[in-house]
Design a protein around this ligand. Structure first.
Ligand code: ADP
Length: 194
């Protein structure tokens, strides 16, 4: 079983690379951002609550996203593995994920961290905002999202570094080039079982 965390700041290209990884390794894609946006689209109480945080560029409370991930893990016991995209985003989420995987599946195989400089991130996201229709792709909210990443999400890297599962890659380059860097790490990662 392959359980990969694709890690990186907003605009690093996690969504694009996730799609390619899913096709190659037949993994299930768990993107908390996508899950939250479907709750918003369906106008559920969870979605209405989450939207307030998202529109301000803030993280949604841990218990909300952890609950969503737990439901998905329980519903897909038979998956070949998961690709976690945009989760875990706090150390508390990382600890909860480790516990959930110990209960429901296999541990994290590797965390691949896509590194892209701040100026490039803002450029990409402002550009995406022209067509994405996402209410959080405006310059003010983008900067807030990157601040949240620096203060709350970056420490998650340390958590997996301690477990010797952390691999940084350069997120600048053609989509295919970046993809090759990611698969090299996945193909060389030791398979760990519980
Ligand atoms: P991006 O990585 O480009 O910011 P996402 O779609 O991953 O986009 O996330 C959009 C927003 O959804 C975040 O700014 C945050 O408000 C919320 N969100 C997504 N995942 C999480 C998470 N794991 N914990 C808390 N909030 C989250």
């Amino acid at each position: 079983m392959l359980n990969i965390i694709l890690f990186g700041p907003p605009g690093a290209g996690k969504g694009t690379q996730s799609e390619k990884l899913i096709a190659k390794y037949k993994l299930l894609h768990l993107s908390t951002g996508d899950l939250l946006r479907s709750e918003i689209a369906a106008n559920t109480p969870l979605g209405i609550e989450a939207k307030k945080f998202m529109d301000e560029g803030k993280l949604v409370p841990d218990e909300v996203v952890i609950g969503m991930i737990e439901n998905k893990l329980e519903a897909h016991h038979d998956a070949a593995g998961f690709i976690f995209d945009g989760f875990p985003r706090t150390v508390a989420q990382a600890k909860a994920l480790d516990e959930l995987l110990a209960k429901h599946g296999h541990p994290i195989t590797a965390m691949v961290a896509m590194e892209v400089p701040h100026v490039e991130l803002v450029k990409r996201l402002v550009n995406r905002g022209l067509t994405s229709g996402r209410s959080d792709d405006t310059e003010e909210v983008i900067n807030k999202r990157i601040d949240e990443y620096e203060s709350k999400t970056r420490p998650v890297a340390k958590h997996y570094e301690t477990q010797q599962k952390f691999s940084p890659i350069n997120g600048i380059g053609e989509v295919e080039e970046v993809f090759d860097r990611i698969i090299e790490i996945i193909n060389n990662a030791p398979i760990i079982s519980l």
